[in-house]
Each structure stands twice: as C-alpha cells, then as structure tokens.
Design a protein around this ligand. Structure first.
Ligand SMILES: [Zn+2]
Length: 267
C-alpha cells in the first residue's frame, strides 16, 4: 500500500551545462540501462511527494506518522520462541513498512532503523548467554542474521529490507542462511499451512559450531519463518540467543488473513 505518486518526470532545471539534444538522449539511455526496474519508485524517493504513512503532501514522513514510528519495545511470545518487537504492525506503522518494503520508499529507512535498533538492543540484553552489563556495541560474538529474500523479491526490490535497516543501524548482517527449494507465497495461508510451507526451506551456508546468533526480522506474524531459521542455524551447530523484530502483528490477526509476511518464500 503505497501512497506516493510516482514521479512522472525528472526535474529539468538542475543541469548547469545542458548537453545537446542527442547527448541528452544518449546519456538518458545509458543511465536508464543501469537503473533497476523500480525507476519510478527510485524517482519518488529522490523527489518525494507524499508521506509514506498517510499520504500527506510534500513530506517523506509527517509528524504524526513519525510519532507512530517511535519504538515501544515489547516482548512477544510465539510458539517456540520469545522475541522483542519495536512496533505493532498496524495503522501508520503498517503503511510505512509496506511502502518501505514494496513501494520503494527507502526514505523511511532512518526512522525504521531507529525503531529496529531498540528491538535489537533489547534482544541482545535479554537473550540467554549475553550479559546484562554488556557495553553498547559489544555484541561481538553475536551474529545478526535475517530471513533470506526470495529471488523474485530481490529482482523487484534490489535490496533486502531487513539487511538495509541493520546496516543503517551501523551493524553488519551475516547472510549465512539461504533458501532451499520452492515454497509458495505465505500470504493467505493459515498458520498450519505456513508452518508446513516453511519446514526445511532454509539452510546454513557454513558450519556454525560455537557461533551465536540473533535473528532479525521486519514483520513478525506467526513466527514460522523464525522457527525455520532457528532450526536451520541449530542444524548447522549454531546457537540462537534471541529474536528481534521491527514490528509484530497482534495475535488476533494470527490466522494469516491480512498479514504481510510477504517475502519469506524461497526461490
Ligand atoms: Zn503521515
């Protein structure tokens, strides 16, 4: 759900030395050939026209939506694990995250990363095997791992939404997990179907004996993706010490309808 209007044309007044008409055509063609298919979205990011949360004109994020993104880190229970989430996936939060993930609105990354950072911090502090007095930034020895994107998601986005936010936090994700085989899109599946769909759908690229991991996800719904990631990391010898999520869907939505665990299917 993206509220911005795609920019229909780039601004024409910024060039200090306008090239010839032929030069413009060639340069434009060269530039276009290097750009991803989300050109319209990229232009919308460069020249935003509407708040990605509510559609208000001429702001990237209006004051009200920025306020809605202020983290309220809380503990979340899912079958088999406990997570720390910064936000509830509803209202303006839902609109901003959806626009960030599927509308090319990477201009929301700073606000989203600020929220995610709080959830990561809480998960590190409270995770088993970590010390509560661990100084800031001393997460050395705990790797941050996200859920792998599908090939289709990579093609359409050109970025991994969670890894981009982790990087924005000044941290480095380890892309140690990869997808295995085919799984269908999670949207519209029941919780039981999601769990079956996920089973065995990830694997580690490395042996992980002695390594500790914090799983990081954007939208925590049923937790099927996280459980599969925990299984895959554990199967390779790793230890998962915690789970952090940008936002969680309240359990009343837990049946799957209307949830948005969109890109965790495997290629
Ligand atoms: Zn707004």
């Amino acid at each position: 759900m993206s509220h911005h209007r795609p920019a229909s044309h780039p601004p024409a007044s910024h060039s200090s030395s306008p090239p010839t008409a032929a030069g413009v055509t060639t340069a434009t063609r060269l530039q276009l050939s290097r750009l991803p298919v989300v050109l319209g979205d990229a232009l919308a990011v460069l020249f935003p026209t509407a708040c990605s949360g509510c559609g208000a004109d001429d702001v990237v994020l209006c004051a009200a939506c920025r306020d809605a993104l202020r983290p309220r880190v809380h503990q979340v229970q899912r079958d088999g694990f406990t997570a720390w989430a910064a936000l509830e996936y509803a209202g303006a939060v839902r609109s901003v995250i959806a626009a960030y993930k599927d509308g090319g609105r990477t201009d929301a990354a700073p606000a989203l990363a600020a929220a995610l950072r709080q959830a990561i911090g809480a998960a590190l502090l409270h995770g088993p095997g970590t010390r509560a007095d661990m100084p800031a930034g001393a997460s050395a020895g705990v790797h941050l791992v996200s859920i792998p994107s599908s090939a289709a998601a990579w093609r359409s986005r050109g970025y991994h939404p969670v890894n981009l936010l982790i990087a924005r936090c000044g941290l480095r994700p380890w892309t140690v997990l990869e997808g295995v085989g085919e799984a269908v899109d999670q949207v519209g599946l029941t919780r039981e179907q999601r769990a079956l769909n996920k089973d065995g759908s990830m694997r580690s690229r490395h042996h992980l004996e002695g390594q500790s991991f914090l799983l990081v996800d954007d939208i925590l719904t049923t937790g099927a993706s996280i459980r599969e990631a925990v299984r895959a990391l554990s199967a390779a010898g790793g230890t998962v010490i915690g789970v952090a999520a940008l936002a969680e869907t309240p359990r009343r939505f837990g049946g799957g309808a209307g949830s948005y665990e969109t890109d965790h299917q495997m290629p």
